[in-house]
Design a protein around this ligand. Structure first.
Ligand SMILES: [Zn+2]
Ligand SMILES: [Zn+2]
Length: 858
């Protein structure tokens, strides 16, 4: 065996193993009789690069996957790619300086696929370098027909069950992206706008109305007032005239109107906001759509037709002011809904769209069947579920997405949804395989595509073998994900699994926090707190980054990236390497009766296994790694190895072999316990020891070895002797004249003699000790004030007396001093007596330790 380098060369070790590992050992075995553990891994958007936040989440997943595999589970750690969606389309538009409508659909889709494939390649590299035990036999990409056939199948089945429908309904719309978006994709931000006070002509006089959106005047369908507002009773049930556009709308009474806002009258438009939609539905108002899909005014807006919303706002405000309709303006703080992707203010348009029915009670019931880690995260899902007013709009007016497999009859306008065995298909490229009910075979393809969450919300089903396998492996065991996508990914997955199969998607959901910058803020390039995983791979290695992820905190909490944790991780790796390097030439597995100290270490190792196992079962990775570090550093390096060095270097025999074996087992066990956290270093140690991969080994099991109290006492005595030498300013290896240990535990002396570099005798019972006064120290601060000018003579007298005599008098309560015949009485505190402890007439120092008394000869 070649000698190990003094410094742990993380780069060489990590790169070597990354290249030589056989990833098929991580494949899920569909035929296995072992219990299954399927992880519904997040499929990331493959845009940009694998970042620290990804690294944190994937480390958590890998800790679980590796641990469960070692515990005997048939683990699936699949990896998907959530390819479709706006981020990629927007990027393709930016890179190629085009908009989606300037190139043919197929060409645009091809550009998106190419960009996605490049990103997936980059992710593969980073994930491999991080040492993730991904099951690449279960990789999926939602843009591939093998996957989107599943999405389309789920669409067809839910349509057939009435869980999906198409309807004209208000939806949130991004005019820039030109697509409907779901409620979960609307972000709110506060902005300052202007509140305009206007006059509306009533049948009898004028009313005042305040609005921040005068451009919606042509979409006004009513005005409303609170029924309890005494000022305006006479207007209720009458009509008022809309300025500029000169048509009449009714005055409604509705308790949702806030009388203290503006004038107390509000304008109801189709649609200014969600409240408008509520009123529109409750009061069965007509639809006056003034804004089109691209955010421009429609013909109903008369002179403003064709202008953008912003242009109209400016122009109509000017016109209304000139005409004296607007008579007052004031600033208004408002919450504005924005597109999550491009931050453009959203509009609410009524459009024929596809919707998924939301069954809130069912979703909440299923959520209760799932274990939430940490438990309080379930409340977020429940609150979101309760806030849903509309069904989930799943159609998007984009291109890079799963096509909706439907057509419309050109004759009778009936919709025709594909049958399952026609899938996968793009209705723009294929015609239906049967005629319409009316007999026509002339169809218009559906150009809308599916919301990308329609792909990813069947991830659990897809990895569990849906819809083809007869032995569907549902529910899966674990969903790891961030708290930022509880209202989307978690919510939609529970909804869809319930709708399609009537079951919960997972047994447990593990919510991880976000990785923050070192300054505690969200990582961003502009804040200059951005760290790439590759930087850490270069400087400290993947194992160090993985340790940071583990030690950073418990699941659910946000974790700042910290270089000091990376450094601490590297230091620990170096420490372990030094232990290993020292031990390797000295250790070997052997059959030999262990001594007291060996049995103590074995019991400590057992306790470590129990503690680590409990922590891993609760996903408390920080607790597990802290326990491992404490054991390696304190128990093993500082105590055990120091104690058994003499035996390890000593002559061959059962005692030496017991130490060799105990240390071997400790290192081999540590390598296995650390395998989920530091797969590279663990492999290097384990493979060097055994010639096998640590990643196909089982998790250590505790042998329930009782704590060896004698061994524990020896360890504590050794520590006490070290402290004794340190206090005396002695080198730790300097010999002492002799040590006698008294204890009822009948302690073994060989290891103590070695660590103290001194002869050690072990005796049972208690030592017989004699305390002998050997000197007195007169206390000037007591004698001086009391005896004044006699002080010098008193001190001289005290120094000439027998210390034993003074000690006896001090005990009795007063000390008599003879000054040439004159007796002076001193209080007991006038002297301090120095004593020496004697054992069998020999001077000794005493060290008290629990379970033992240690005498050190002087
Ligand atoms: Zn947008
Ligand atoms: Zn027809």
């Amino acid at each position: 065996m070649s000698e190990l380098s003094k410094e742990y060369n993380f780069k060489q070790v990590e790169e070597k193993w990354e290249q030589s590992w056989d990833s098929s050992i991580y494949y899920f075995d569909w035929e296995s009789k072992k219990p299954q553990y399927i992880i519904d891994t997040p499929p990331p958007y493959p845009t940009g690069n694998f970042h620290i936040g990804n690294a944190l989440n994937w480390c958590y997943i890998d800790f679980v996957a590796r641990y469960k595999r070692m515990r005997g589970y048939n683990v699936m750690f699949p990896q998907g790619w959530d390819c479709h969606g706006l981020p990629t389309e927007v990027k393709v538009e930016q890179i190629n300086h085009i908009t989606k409508n300037q190139v043919p659909r197929e060409e645009f889709r091809r550009l998106c696929e190419k960009l996605t494939e490049e990103a997936i390649d980059r992710f593969h590299k980073s994930m491999g370098r991080l040492g993730l035990s991904i099951d690449w036999s279960n990789e999926y990409a939602t843009m591939k027909p093998e996957y989107y056939v599943k999405t389309q199948t789920s669409f067809v089945r839910m349509y057939q069950k009435g869980q999906i429908y198409r309807e004209d309904h208000p939806v949130n719309w991004c005019p820039r992206c030109g697509t409907a978006i779901a409620l979960a994709e609307v972000e709110y931000d506060s902005r300052t706008s202007t509140l305009n006070y206007m006059h509306f002509q009533a049948e009898d006089g004028e009313i005042e109305i305040a609005t921040s959106r005068p451009e919606l005047l042509p979409a006004c369908v009513a005005v409303a007032v609170n029924p309890g507002d005494q000022r305006y009773q006479k207007y209720i049930g009458k009509t008022v005239q809309v300025p500029i556009f000169d048509y009449c709308v009714p005055v409604l009474a509705d308790p949702a109107v806030d009388s203290s806002f503006g004038s107390g009258f509000v304008m109801i438009c189709t649609f200014g906001d969600k409240q408008d939609v509520r009123w529109w539905m409750e009061h069965h108002l007509p639809l006056r759509q003034a804004i089109d899909r691209s955010g421009r005014m429609m013909p109903i807006a008369g002179p403003y037709s064709g202008l953008t919303v912003e242009e109209t706002k400016e122009k109509i405000t000017r016109d209304l002011t000139e005409q004296g309709v607007i008579f007052k303006q004031e600033p208004l703080e408002q919450n504005v809904g924005l597109c999550w992707r491009c931050k453009t203010p959203i509009e609410i348009l009524s459009e024929p769209q596809w919707f998924v029915r939301i069954n809130a009670p069912e979703i909440k019931k299923k959520a209760e069947e799932i274990e939430w880690i940490p438990p309080h995260m379930r409340v977020r899902l429940e609150n979101w579920t309760d806030s849903m007013e509309w069904d989930w709009c799943i159609s998007r007016q984009r291109i890079f997405a799963t096509p909706i497999p439907a057509w419309y009859c050109r004759q009778c306008h009936e919709v025709l949804v594909a049958e399952e065995d026609w899938l996968p298909l793009d209705p723009n490229l294929t015609s239906p395989l049967r005629r319409c009910k009316c007999g026509s075979s002339d169809f218009i393809p559906e150009q809308d595509v599916l919301d990308t969450w329609m792909d990813s919300s069947i991830s659990a089903l897809a990895v569990a073998g849906w819809p083809d396998r007869t032995d569907l492996r549902m529910p899966t065991q674990l969903r790891p994900q961030g708290h930022d996508i509880i209202r989307t990914w978690a919510f939609y997955t529970i909804l869809r699994t319930q709708a399609l199969e009537g079951i919960r998607p997972w047994d447990a959901i593990l919510i991880n926090g976000m990785a923050l910058g070192e300054d505690g803020h969200k990582m961003s390039k502009s804040l200059n707190n951005f760290i790439r995983p590759e930087e850490v791979f270069e400087s400290n290695g993947a194992d160090a980054l993985r340790q940071w992820a583990a030690i950073g905190g418990s699941p659910g909490n946000d974790i700042p990236f910290q270089w000091k944790e990376i450094t601490a991780a590297s230091r620990f790796q170096q420490k372990l390497w030094s232990i290993f390097r020292f031990s390797l030439p000295l250790i070997a597995p052997a059959e030999a009766a262990p001594g007291q100290v060996d049995r103590w270490l074995s019991a400590e190792l057992d306790q470590l296994i129990v503690k680590t196992t409990e922590a891993m079962d609760k996903f408390q990775f920080d607790e597990a790694l802290k326990a491992i570090r404490a054991f390696a550093w304190d128990v093993l390096a500082d105590n055990y190895i120091e104690l058994v060095k003499a035996r390890l270097y000593g002559p061959d025999g059962p005692q030496k072999r017991a130490a060799q074996n105990t240390l071997y087992v400790a290192l081999e066990t540590l390598a296995r316990l650390m395998a989920p956290f530091t797969p590279f270093l663990s492999e290097e140690i384990y493979h060097t020891l055994t010639g096998e991969s640590v990643h196909v080994q089982s998790w250590p099991t505790a042998q329930n070895r009782p704590m060896d109290l004698a061994g524990l006492a020896v360890k504590e005595i050794a520590a006490a002797i070290r402290r004794y030498k340190a206090e005396k300013g002695m080198a730790l290896n300097s010999p002492l004249p002799g040590i006698v240990v008294y204890s009822e535990l009948d302690l073994e002396t060989a290891d103590l003699a070695g660590v103290a570099n001194s002869p050690v005798e072990s005796r049972t019972g208690k030592p017989l000790l004699e305390v002998k006064p050997i000197a007195v120290k007169p206390q000037m601060k007591v004698i001086g004030p009391r005896c004044k000018d006699m002080s010098q003579r008193i001190i001289a007298a005290l120094n000439s007396m027998d210390p034993a005599d003074i000690s006896r008098q001090k005990e009795a309560g007063s000390i008599d001093v003879d000054l040439d015949g004159e007796i002076v009485q001193l209080p007991p505190q006038a002297v301090e007596v120095e004593v020496q402890t004697l054992s069998a007439g020999e001077a000794v120092d005493i060290i008290k330790v629990k379970e033992a008394t240690v005498l050190v000869r002087r």
